[in-house]
Write a protein that binds this ligand. Structure first.
Ligand SMILES: [Fe+2]
Ligand SMILES: [Fe+2]
Length: 307
């Protein structure tokens, strides 16, 4: 349950939550997973068992789809976390928690249906992966509500970009359409949290700057706990689907810019220090992204030379 301080913050932000939930409900379009699945491609697995050559997706696209689906599969944990952080009162906050959960549920439904009907991934591996992922669970650690709010703003944007780029990378029109649809949902989730943070920055700028800063420096994808995540993340990064450049340019900076993070005035010393740390962190992140870009360019040049 939220602490007293968390509850106070949520109560203070409740009118904003109501306004943003209302905006969300007007902007969100109803959609149905079954409209996105090519069922005519389906065959019975008992008559024709799965084999790797049946997949419509190539190596890295398969890995990215698997990681994205297993991430979405962990919704029971996310619901628990979101409920612990925002499950306040009987108004806008709790309504948001339930609405968000209901919308997120569609993502794993549509992804699994696509992968199983088109035989693009081993259905046994998918189910075992889901079991393992859900049993491991997801735990936000000791983050308070404000940090949790900052985390989900970055996480929804990161997930939007990751889904969108996975769809493009797949070079499969059906997959791309599914991923574009999911990414549109993630975008609306992101702007809800983004604009909650804007309100939190007005309410208590120092606390909000500290929370945002801590999340920039400590960010981890929600799927980080899955088996072989590191190896898979490296392959996804090498393919350019989600790498440090994308993270720095398309996730971290757009939100920091939106909040005018480096322009917020009237901060206490701790918040000023945090901002300094974030600035140093971003320089190091950019340097690292440049190093990887050079490595990738060299790999490409070598591959061309050997072709
Ligand atoms: Fe999602
Ligand atoms: Fe989302």
């Amino acid at each position: 349950m939220p602490t007293t301080a968390d509850r106070q913050l949520l109560a203070e932000l409740e009118p904003v939550a109501a306004e943003l939930l209302n905006r969300h409900e007007n902007a969100a379009k109803e959609w149905f997973p079954h409209d996105y699945i090519p069922y005519s491609l389906g065959r019975d697995y008992d008559k024709e068992p799965w084999s790797p050559d049946q997949s419509r997706l190539t190596g890295v696209a398969q890995i990215a789809f698997e990681v994205n689906l297993l991430t979405e599969d962990n919704l029971p944990s996310y619901h628990r976390e979101i409920h612990e952080m925002f499950g306040h009162g009987d108004g806008a906050w709790i309504n948001w928690v339930h609405r968000w959960t209901a919308e997120e549920g569609r993502h794993s439904i549509v992804l699994r249906d696509y992968l199983v009907v088109t035989r693009s991934l081993d259905p046994v591996q998918l189910e075992r992966g889901r079991m393992q992922q859900v049993m491991t669970g997801y735990d936000r650690g000791d983050k308070d509500t404000l940090r949790g709010m900052a985390y989900v703003a970055f996480q929804e944007l990161a997930t939007r970009i990751s889904h969108r780029n996975t769809g493009r990378f797949s070079e499969d029109a059906v997959a791309d359409r599914i991923m574009a649809r999911i990414a549109a949902d993630e975008n609306l989730h992101m702007i809800f949290y983004r604009d909650m943070l804007t309100a939190a920055l007005r309410t208590d700028p120092s606390a909000a700057v500290k929370a945002i800063g801590a999340e920039v420096i400590g960010f981890e994808m929600p799927g980080a706990g899955m088996a072989d995540f590191r190896t898979k993340a490296v392959q996804i990064a090498k393919a350019g689907i989600y790498d440090l450049r994308v993270h720095h340019d398309e996730v971290i900076w757009p939100l920091l810019r939106h909040w005018d993070f480096f322009g917020v005035e009237g901060l206490d010393d701790e918040a000023e220090q945090m901002r300094q740390q974030v600035s140093e962190f971003l320089t190091a992140l950019d340097d690292m992204a440049v190093t990887y870009e050079r490595k990738r360019a060299a790999r490409r040049a070598r591959a061309l030379a050997n072709a």
